[in-house]
Ligand binder design. Structure first.
Ligand SMILES: [Zn+2]
Length: 264
């Protein structure tokens, strides 16, 4: 995969209680932006008005309503490409992209490689380019999405693919779950120094109302238990939780994900 390393201008638009819709500035045409996973239209329209920008394209990672709900209203603003995975549950798509394809928006100076990352949903994709990853609800900072449709083997493989991206990749996910995720991460891996330090910086950001995202892949590899199913500490505490030995990292992942589903 090739990956131009132009740093992207990306800003968050808050939606619902904890969603982020990401607006990517065109590096080529000032004032043209691409919206990622617009679950609702109103906050995007408000941000476009506030900044004087116009919408040039919509990228969708998966079919859940809190990621696609704003598409019909935003599409009425003007004919923009709506690019997403091959899934009939996503109405209004003008272009379908699949694994290892390249999503090019040449007029805007943007290009992303597509990774199919099943697990949260079966057709979930991620967009990777310009040193940035837009991964919807597959990977969160210090956590990962619920496994609604896939198997542990599938989702663990998807997360391993994301873990294999360059460590300097900025990770833009769909929700502000970092603080709660770190509570679980530190229950699984209480002596993880990087996670303890991250918890403190995240607490400061949240107290100031600042997003904890984007995160960086190099950090996630150190603090995110779902990217560390092969780490001794994560495996040991997951085995203790399960009360049995776990042979494969995918098995560790499955137990860890189920543990998190119950965790309060
Ligand atoms: Zn989702």
């Amino acid at each position: 995969m090739s990956n131009p390393s132009t740093p992207l201008g990306v800003r968050p638009v808050r939606a619902f209680t904890d969603n982020y819709i990401w607006l990517i500035d065109s590096p080529r045409v000032p004032g043209r932006v691409v919206a990622v996973d617009p679950g609702e239209a109103a906050p995007v329209i408000a941000e476009l008005r506030r900044s004087g920008a116009s919408l040039a394209a919509i990228l969708l990672t998966h079919h859940h309503p809190d990621h696609i709900g704003g598409v019909p209203e935003l599409a009425r603003l003007g004919a923009v490409p709506v690019i997403g995975p091959d899934d009939d549950r996503i109405p209004g798509r003008t272009r379908t992209v699949g694994d290892q394809e390249r999503c090019e928006l040449p007029d805007l100076g943007l290009a992303f490689d597509i990774l199919h990352v099943p697990g949260h949903t079966l057709s979930h994709i991620a967009f990777w380019g310009h040193g940035a990853l837009f991964c919807g609800d597959t990977l969160f900072s210090a956590g990962c999405g619920r496994m609604f449709e896939g198997t542990p083997t599938q989702m663990n493989a998807s997360l391993n693919r994301l873990r294999g991206l360059p460590p300097e990749t900025d990770m833009f996910c769909g929700h502000e779950y970092t603080e709660a995720n770190l509570r679980f991460a530190l229950t699984v891996d209480p002596a993880n120094r990087a996670a303890l330090e991250y918890r403190d910086s995240v607490a400061r950001l949240r107290a100031a109302g600042i997003p904890t995202l984007p995160s960086r892949m190099s950090l996630e590899i150190r603090v995110n238990p779902f990217l560390r199913c092969d780490a001794t500490a994560v495996r040991a505490s997951t085995e203790a939780h399960a009360g049995r030995p776990l042979r494969e990292p995918a098995e560790v992942f499955g137990v860890l994900r189920a543990w998190k589903d119950q965790f309060r």
